[in-house]
Design a protein around this ligand. Structure first.
Ligand code: ADP
Ligand code: MG
Length: 323
């Protein structure tokens, strides 16, 4: 009798415990964008703790790398690295080194010194620099002006007008850092999105996640939905921050060669294991355009891409079309 009752009790406890495992979701405005987190957790408390850890990590990276926060490491660099070398954290130093590597890989299409011209644009205020200003600042746009001293972890700008901005890579970096945090907390199924950068941990309990790529010209429509697990995807589009003037679209992805918005395609999505890499590559391919961009993706072993060109045609990299 007692044994029988005991097994019922054990059964109840297990049922109650299992019923609390669930998906937990929240979003927040950090890094100038919408952060969304979904995690599978055993309890609401664990779910909330995991989500909070993601938000805290995003905010930490924001405080370090935002150009809008005066005390950020990035702002300190822009304020004085053209005068004397500035020592930065190991994390920022490594990201700057990686950004420089991506500049080499993309033949200069990805270049964080684009900001030397880029900071003259204000998309919200519909402000853009004159051709004269662009011409006078363009010499400062060159990733080779960044002198990275590995022993000192210091950065020097070898041109007086250099400014850098990590808008093309920092969100991907923050997503990777957030996923690392989740793994350390024992989370096995999660999705973390920061604007156009998404990384997936595991799957949706036996099914893939479905990640949509936005229609670049219709905000509420998706051009395609991709089933993905345990990977990441970043999208760069000309619709995130832009204004139009005389039928011309001025948007936030600049060609380092011209200092003007790149206009060969409408959107680029890059799929691969690292959000940092995807983020930098989606921006790079956007600048390179369809042919050179696709050639770059097809030359790299771990990434695939979907490009929407100016005629709204969709193009897939070799690994997505080969059987
Ligand atoms: P978002 O998710 O903000 O749309 P993207 O990955 O598309 O991000 O990158 C756009 C951002 O990258 C711009 O807002 C700017 O900060 C930065 N950027 C623009 N042009 C370049 C470039 N040629 N190289 C590196 N970064 C760039
Ligand atoms: Mg990017």
């Amino acid at each position: 009798m007692a044994k029988w009752l005991g097994s019922i009790l054990v059964g109840l406890v297990i049922t109650v415990g299992a019923a609390r495992a669930d998906w937990y979701y929240d979003d927040a405005a950090i890094m100038g964008t919408n952060i969304e987190v979904q995690v599978w957790a055993d309890t609401e408390r664990a779910g909330q703790a995991a989500i909070d850890a993601v938000f805290a990590e995003m905010e930490r990276v924001n405080q370090q790398m935002s150009p809008y926060i005066e005390s950020s490491e990035l702002s300190r660099l822009n304020a004085s690295a053209a005068t004397a070398p500035v020592v930065v954290s190991a994390e920022l130093f490594a990201l700057l080194r990686y950004a420089q590597q991506m500049s080499e890989t993309s033949n200069g299409a990805f270049d964080i010194t684009f900001a030397s011209v880029g900071f003259h644009y204000d998309y919200r205020a519909q402000k853009r620099p004159s051709d004269e200003v662009i011409a006078s600042q363009l010499a400062a746009v060159n990733y080779r002006h960044l002198e990275l001293n590995t022993e000192q972890h210091s950065v020097f700008y070898a041109h007086p007008d250099v400014r850098i901005d990590l808008g093309g890579i920092a969100k991907g970096h923050a997503v990777d850092k957030a996923i690392e945090k989740l793994k350390r907390l024992g989370v096995e199924h999660a999705m973390v999105t920061a604007g156009g950068d998404t990384r997936l941990l595991g799957d949706r309990l036996g099914r893939p996640w479905l990640v949509g790529i936005r229609d670049p010209r219709k905000a509420d429509r998706q051009a395609v939905k991709l089933p993905l697990s345990n990977t990441a995807i970043s999208t760069s589009g000309d619709y995130e921050r832009y204004f139009e003037e005389d039928g011309q679209r001025y948007h936030h992805i600049l060609s380092p060669a011209t200092g003007k918005s790149a206009s060969m395609v409408q959107s680029v999505s890059v799929i691969g294991p690292s959000s940092t890499t995807n983020d930098a590559l989606s921006t790079s391919v956007f600048v390179l355009g369809l042919e050179a961009g696709m050639a770059l993706i097809n030359s790299l072993p771990t990434v695939e891409a979907i490009i929407l060109d100016n005629q709204r045609r969709m193009h897939f990299s070799a690994g997505l079309t080969d059987q």
